[in-house]
Design a binder for this molecule. Structure first.
Ligand code: GTP
Length: 205
């Protein structure tokens, strides 16, 4: 069975937990007491196949032993980068995160990356106090080659579920592709192994 790892990233209070909880429980819970990062696990059936989903929800408060953003990026198969449409600074943070994902993880494989990085403008119900237009979100998604959604964890149950389901499906395909790239053919990897062993021995003499 495949394990699919998805990191939900973004600045403080943009609604990362709200989106995850909406997807997992179909409910919107106003306040979350989150003093530490956490991984939610769920078993899902996607296209008739059982998948173990791990959803990483970082806590924005600094805490001891907390993983760094680059560790989180290396861990994940897919990313949901969230900003709050009523908070411009959260949009700038999302932009910085998207660029870091490109640099650290997916720079070389753009085609895969398009499918497994989503930019989500959350709190669409607050559009009367909007600070980031939909067009700006779309433009950033275009520039950084990711898919764009505007959602409200507070009001959209189905749309949030569809977004996560699509991410899980895409990340599942991407993790399989990553696995294939990691595993060279048998003869090649044996040759590499022999080379490494003898290479090391020669060096130590
Ligand atoms: N109006 C509105 N409020 C939302 C929405 N999603 C989340 N909130 C509120 O935004 C606040 C922050 O939500 P969280 O889900 O805790 O945000 P977070 O990004 O996980 O925050 P940290 O854990 O601090 O990183 C809470 O008061 C939520 O009720 C939304 O779609 N609309």
């Amino acid at each position: 069975m495949n394990d699919i790892k998805v990191a939900v990233l973004g600045s403080e209070a943009v609604g990362k937990s709200a989106l995850i909880v909406r997807f997992l429980t179909k409910r919107f819970i106003g306040e979350y007491a989150s003093a530490s990062e956490c991984i939610y696990r769920k078993r899902l059936s996607i296209d008739g196949r059982q998948q173990n989903l791990e959803l990483y929800d970082p806590c924005s408060q600094p805490s001891e032993g907390k993983s760094t953003l680059s560790e989180q990026i290396h861990w994940a198969d897919g990313f949901v980068v969230v900003y709050d449409i009523s908070d411009r600074s959260s949009f700038l943070t999302a932009k910085a995160i998207l660029h870091l994902i490109r640099e650290l993880n997916f720079g070389a494989t753009k085609r895969d990356a398009d499918a497994v990085v989503f930019l989500v403008g959350n709190k669409q119900d607050l559009c009367h106090v909007r600070e980031v237009s939909r067009e700006e979100g779309q433009q950033l998604a275009g520039e950084t080659h990711c898919q764009f959604y505007e959602l409200s964890a507070a009001e959209h149950c189905q749309e949030v579920a569809l977004m996560f389901s699509k991410m899980v499906r895409n990340a599942s395909q991407h993790s399989k592709a990553k696995e294939r790239r990691r595993r060279p053919s048998g003869s090649k990897s044996m040759a590499k192994l022999i080379n490494n062993v003898f290479g090391k021995r020669r060096k130590s003499v």
